[in-house]
Design a protein. Structure first.
Ligand code: ADP
Length: 642
């Protein structure tokens, strides 16, 4: 049976590779993969994640020592055996210094090979087991499934995460000391503001010393590890004077890296002379440093996201607008207090389906609309308040509904409409008198040409004022909902009547009206006078803005349960920038000459009539080429007589 244990062999000599494969597979029962150069070996270590690496020293691209150095950075616990052709003491020391587990001097026989391989694998296994045991000890027996350094689910606040992090870091230092047999251990973290390292966790240091310990990055050994990102191992044999703020005889520091950035140092040391630290200790310490760094990174992430969540929650709670966030399946993700008051939910609505929570049919329809553009709706509450609700789709989340109390704006609007109605009414009588007396002036006696011209101008102006007053009155009546005369109406007849009504004006302006509508378009439920006025306004505009040239056509069709009416002209068109404001009261596009009569209210009336009939309108227009207004009205579907 082929063993699961995979050994990667790197040697540029084919015969040696064959020999190793043969010996390791047939005699040792290992799986073997071999390559001929150092760079390929490095790539394969990442790809295959072998259990052991055996490498030659002399290789193209990357030497054995360089390969070990590079592999060690990512895989501190991977055992590596270096093969050398020369029995050089110095090379062996170099190999062990960069992290080789053992070395073989060529020539070696199969027994020697297998013995070295077995020993290295055994050592690595022991190391792994003791680290794993140490880790599970730190994290508690019941959390075996947890990834090293991840935060347990039950943690609810940043404070408990920090408390837990302290335990994890102390555990990491404890384990490092226990596994290496060192006398003391410390975990130093860098304070970026002061540039000092302080002791975040320690083992066998005096508590007061640990809590007040500070060294500067620039003039300390630990600082060198921070600056260079490389481990430092020193003992009495090493010629360098050990610069720490306490007296030690041997010391090992490894960097703590979070996303490639060194944020601290994990260290062990001995104060007793004669005790040394070796590469195995370094591998243990590097593994523990990775573990501690992961825990710190997770805690940082947790605290950051927790802070952001709290901040967002506070903002949403405190804003006066009501906010509801809904997922793609129409379940409520979040609803702030103010929204809960409007929607009047009894239970906690989070997780519930909107259909079980929203009672207002308009609000429900708004939420169920799956359009990609923001939509708005007005909601009237039982207590008379009016809210403007805006639905905004959020990619990857669902949608947000923001509701704002617009009762005061509605009230202002109502007062303004009342005022306009009253004033308009009162203006009509004096206008009638002016028109009447102007008529009489002409009959009272002969007037000269000049006087006739002036009278004509007064008449035109009075007609304009009276048009404006009619439009204003119409608009305020429609908006106040005074049109209650809705009946089931034949929509083709409405269109035909409207065309007939506009014909006289079109002829006078030299425009031909075209109509293309099917005989039977169906029925709409509405006010025939207002519907005629709506189509009439669109036709008149088409004629007016064609400036005496071309045709204006009206066509209609039904689709599903609606009738679609299009009024098209080939006139002056509407500049793109003006299009969004075209239905606003008193708005006239920038390309309309000032002397052309008009109130800027016609399209507002059209829009209000359509709002009253659950219809919609939009336009397509190109400046200089013409305009098409499209109106959609719901068809009246007779109820099933059962
Ligand atoms: P007006 O009394 O000015 O015609 P409307 O409310 O009917 O007021 O129209 C508003 C503005 O929209 C007009 O002043 C004009 O600029 C533009 N407009 C409306 N219909 C057309 C059209 N068919 N072609 C070009 N411009 C149009």
């Amino acid at each position: 049976m082929i063993s699961e244990t995979l050994i990667l062999v790197a040697d540029d000599n084919q015969e040696i590779r064959d020999f190793l494969e043969e010996a390791l597979e047939t005699l040792g029962g290992y799986s073997v993969h071999s390559v001929g150069d150092g760079l390929s070996a490095l790539t394969l270590v990442h790809e295959l994640q072998p259990d052991l690496l055996i490498t030659d020293q002399q290789m193209p691209n990357l030497s054995g020592i360089e390969l070990i150095h590079r592999v060690r950075a990512d895989y501190p616990a991977l055992p590596v055996i270096l093969m050398t052709g020369e029995s050089s003491e110095a090379l062996a020391v170099d190999a062990l210094r960069v992290g080789a587990t053992d070395y073989l001097v060529k020539p070696f026989d199969p027994d020697e090979l297998l013995e070295t391989v077995d020993q290295s694998l055994e050592l690595a296994q022991k190391l792994r087991t003791s680290i794993l045991q140490a880790m599970s000890g730190i994290e508690g027996e019941d959390e075996e499934d947890q990834q090293p350094g991840t935060m347990p689910d039950h943690l609810e606040s940043a404070a408990s995460v920090l408390f837990d992090l302290d335990e994890v870091l102390s555990g990491a230092v404890d384990t490092a000391v226990r596994l290496t047999g060192a006398e003391e251990g410390s975990l130093l973290l860098l304070d970026e503001v002061s540039g000092e390292l302080h002791m975040r966790a320690s083992k066998n240091f005096d508590d007061e010393f640990a809590s007040t310990f500070r060294v500067h990055v620039e003039d300390s050994l630990a600082g060198q590890v921070i600056s260079h990102g490389e481990p430092i191992i020193l003992d009495e044999n090493a010629p360098q004077k050990i610069k720490t703020s306490y007296l030690v005889h041997s010391l090992l520091y490894v960097p703590l890296k979070v996303r490639g950035k060194v944020i601290g140092v994990l260290g062990i040391d001995n104060r007793t002379p004669g005790k040394t630290l070796n590469d195995e200790d370094r591998a243990i310490l590097m593994a523990m440093a990775d573990y501690a760094a992961l825990a710190i990174e997770n805690a940082q992430l947790y605290i950051r996201s927790d802070n952001e969540r709290l901040q967002l929650e506070t903002i949403l709670r405190e804003v006066q607008n009501s906010v509801v966030v809904i997922d793609m399946d129409h379940r409520i993700i979040m609803m702030n207090q103010s929204a809960q008051e409007i929607i009047e939910t009894e239970a906690d609505p989070v997780g519930m389906n909107v259909e079980d929570v929203f009672k207002d049919p308009k609000l429900l329809a708004l939420v169920m609309d799956s359009g990609e553009n923001p939509e708005r709706e007005e909601l009237e509450l039982g207590d008379g308040r009016v809210f403007g609700a805006v639905r905004t789709p959020i990619a990857g989340v669902g949608q947000a509904i923001v509701m704002q109390d617009i009762s005061h704006l509605k009230e202002l609007d109502r007062i303004k409409s009342e005022f306009v109605t009253a004033v308009s009414h009162d203006l009509r009588s004096p206008l009638t008198a002016i028109l009447g007396y102007i008529e009489l002036v002409q009959r009272a006696g002969p007037v000269n040409d000049n006087q006739r011209d002036f009278i004509q101008r007064v008449q035109t102006s009075v007609v304009q004022i009276s048009d404006l007053i009619s439009d204003l009155l119409d608009l305020s009546r429609i908006e106040a909902g005074l049109d209650t005369t809705k009946v089931v109406t034949d929509i083709s007849k409405i269109i035909r009547d409207s065309v007939k009504g506009a014909e006289h004006y079109a002829q006078a302006e030299g425009i031909h009206l075209e109509m293309n509508i099917p005989e039977d378009l169906g029925f709409v439920y509405g006010d025939p006078i207002r519907l005629r006025q709506m189509i009439g306004n669109l036709l008149e505009n088409g004629v007016k803005y064609s400036y005496g040239e071309g045709v204006v056509s009206v066509e209609a069709e039904t689709e599903d349960d609606q009738v679609i009416i299009r009024v098209q002209d080939y006139g002056t068109g509407i500049p793109r920038a003006d299009q969004p404001k075209i239905f606003d009261r008193f708005f006239r596009a920038s390309n309309v000459p000032e002397e052309l009569p008009g109130t800027g209210l016609g399209l507002s009336i059209v829009k209000s009539i359509l709002d009253n009939h659950y219809g919609r309108i939009w336009l397509e227009s190109t400046h200089g080429e013409g305009t098409t207004f499209t109106v959609v009205l719901p068809l009246h579907i007779p109820e099933d007589p059962q």
